[in-house]
Design a protein around this ligand. Sequence first.
Ligand SMILES: Cc1ncc(COP(=O)(O)O)c(C=O)c1O
Length: 339
Amino acid sequence: MKEDTKLVHLGRGPSSFEGTVNLPVYRASTILSADVDSYIHRFDDDKNLTDITYGARGTQNSRALGEAIAELEGGYGTIVTTSGLSAISVALGALVSAGDHLLVSDSVYGPTRTFCNQVLTRYGVTTEYYSPDIGVSIAELIQENTRLVFMEAPGSLTFEMQDIPGITRVAKEQGVLTVMDNTWATPVFFRPLEHGVDISIQAGTKYIAGHSDLVIGMVTSSSEATHRMLVSHAHNLGDAASPDDCYLALRGLRTLSVRLCRQQESTLKVATWLADQPQVYRVLYPALADDPGHALWKRDFKGASSLPWTEKPFMLRVHIGLEDPEDLIADLTQGLARI
Ligand SMILES: Cc1ncc(COP(=O)(O)O)c(C=O)c1O
C-alpha cells in the first residue's frame, strides 16, 4: 500500500465495529471480565501489550492510533501518551537509570532540556549537550555509562540539521541507544527508524492532530524489548491519552500528507520572499538552498514543514537586523500579507 493510502486506511476496522468507517470513541475506566478466571489473569503474560484491561492502560482508540503510527514509522510498536512532552519524559524515564549519562542535542525542544536538568538530575542521571553539527564525532563524547543519544532535527527554533545516520551508526557500534524527536518532519517527511534510530517520538499535538485542539504524543520503538519497557513505564506512571484525543488524532492523520505538502509549498514561498528583504539578516529553514543544513535535509528528508505550530503554518525563524524592530516587523508583516 502506498504511504498516502495508508494514512487514509490505517487504524480502521469496519468489520469489527458494525461497519462504521471510523472506529467509535470508547470511553472507559473499568473493563469487565467475562468470568472470574479471566479477571484473575487479566494482567498475565502479554496481556499488557495486547488487551484492553483498564482505561488508564489504553483503550481501543489508543490501540488503533498506536498501530497506525507504528506502521507508518516502520516500528515494532507505538505507545500513545497524553502530550508530546510526556512522550519525551516517558521515553527517557523508561530507558535511563541512576548513574547513566545522556547526550542530548543542544538545540533540543526547551522543555526536554528542562526535564533533563530539573528531573533526571534528581534521579542521578547526568546530561551533556552536544552541538547539533557534531556528526560522527559524537564518538568522542560517548562514555562507558552513556545510555542514549537524544536527537532532534531540525532543532527547535534554530533549525539546525543533524547527520542522523552518522550519529546512529556510531552509537550502535558502541551499544548506545538513539532517540529522536521527529515532530517537525512526521513519518511523512522522515522515517527515523529507517536511518538507524531506535526510538522515534512525535508530539502528535502538532502536525498529526493538525487543528490546535488537543495534545497527544507517540513513542515508536524499533524493537520489542524497548517497546515493552515503554508500555510498562507508561502503565507505572498512569500515562494514557484520552480516547477522544486519540479519535481526533486518527482523524487528523487522514489529511496529514495533504496538509504538509501545502504547508511546505506556502512556507517555501514565504521563506524565499523573506530572504530577499533587506531588513532580514537570515532565514533559518533547511529547505532553502543556502541554509547550512540544506545538504543533510536534501539527502535524508522527503520534505520540509514549517514550525511545528499548526495555527501558524508559515512561521519560520528569521534573523532581522535590529535597528527599529517594531517598524521593520510591521513592514514585513504588511509585505507578507500580499504574498
Ligand atoms: C519539537 C517538539 N517536541 C515536543 C513538543 C511537546 O509537545 P506538547 O506540546 O504536546 O507537549 C513540542 C511542542 O511544541 C515540539 O515543538
